[in-house]
Design a protein around this ligand. Structure first.
Ligand SMILES: [Zn+2]
Length: 295
């Protein structure tokens, strides 16, 4: 892991893993995709003892290494309420994406982590005290819902904010402009919240360490806005089915889809439609076996 400031560290990889180290004791912020990702993240430290895990949210690439750490170190797991159900019962993730017991191809390690046991619930922004060698250190949770149902970021006593997937890098937004969202209104709210969040530095899971996040916030907001505009423009022309809107996004974004990616993208499309329905900009009807969306 690389030191950012004081006791705050991160391991740069496809999914950045956070660390806070006091002596030989380490707290992890997310654990990557599997045993091997978390082992790689901590192997640079000698005689390290993991004293706790904070999970920002339940996506498999953030909690997939929990099981290994719990087995090795019996570390407690702090996880946001609601997200904990998915961490403990990973079949829920592909189930909610598919809408029923999932097809086999969705039960992969990117959508279904190894199960682990949550020992502490995070359900407010009240500071969390963790003991390192008998000394208490206080971490501040920050509610960052939207990308997932109840995501939280965590600020270390050094003032480094670990934001999970509340933001993704501008490079990634450019590459995958249909950014993953579960609740668009909450996602926008969290992005606004980040504009005023005071911290000395920021770690985002898909992007790494940043001193400043203003430009990232703008690119993430623009990406959500662009998807909304594409959908509203299409619906201005004529009513559409979900399949037709999906095909429109496929063309507009030049998507490269496998079955699991199609199902993930469909979930993002449905999140945007739910937002537009809440705003009373879109209505749903059912006709001859098809949901019809219209303005
Ligand atoms: Zn995520």
């Amino acid at each position: 892991m690389q030191q950012i400031l004081g006791q705050s560290y991160y391991f740069p990889s496809q999914v950045a893993i956070g660390g806070y180290k006091v002596g030989n004791q380490l707290l992890l912020i997310d654990t990557g995709n599997d045993d091997s990702s978390i082992r790689k993240a901590i192997r640079g430290f000698e005689n390290i003892e993991v004293v706790a895990i904070f999970n920002t949210h339940s996506h498999a690439d953030h909690c997939g290494g929990n099981a290994y750490i719990q087995k090795q170190y019996h570390a407690p797991v702090y996880c946001p309420e609601l997200e904990q159900d998915f961490v403990q019962n990973p079949i829920l993730e592909p189930t909610y994406l598919y809408g029923a017991y999932p097809i086999e191809t969705l039960k992969n390690k990117f959508l279904m982590a190894k199960p682990s046991k949550v020992t502490h619930l995070v359900d407010s922004e009240a500071p969390i005290c963790v003991s390192f060698n008998g000394e208490n250190h206080s971490f501040t949770p920050i509610s960052l819902k939207g990308h997932s149902p109840n995501q939280y970021g965590f600020i270390t006593p050094d003032g480094i904010a670990y934001l999970g997937d509340a933001l993704i890098s501008t490079e990634m937004v450019t590459k995958h402009p249909l950014i993953f969202t579960y609740h668009v209104a909450e996602h926008y709210k969290s992005l606004e919240r980040l504009k005023t969040l005071s911290a000395k530095g920021f770690v985002i899971a898909h992007g790494g360490y940043y001193d400043q996040i203003d430009a990232l916030i703008t690119s993430n907001i623009q990406a959500l806005n662009a998807t909304q505009s594409l959908l509203l423009n299409a619906l201005d022309q004529s009513p559409h089915t979900f399949d037709q809107l999906h095909e429109m996004l496929y063309t507009a974004y030049d998507l490269n889809e496998t079955v699991p990616l199609h199902i993930l993208n469909r979930s993002v499309l449905k999140a945007h439609i739910a937002y537009l329905v809440d705003l009373k900009l879109v209505q749903l009807d059912v006709e001859q076996g098809k949901i019809i969306l219209k303005k």
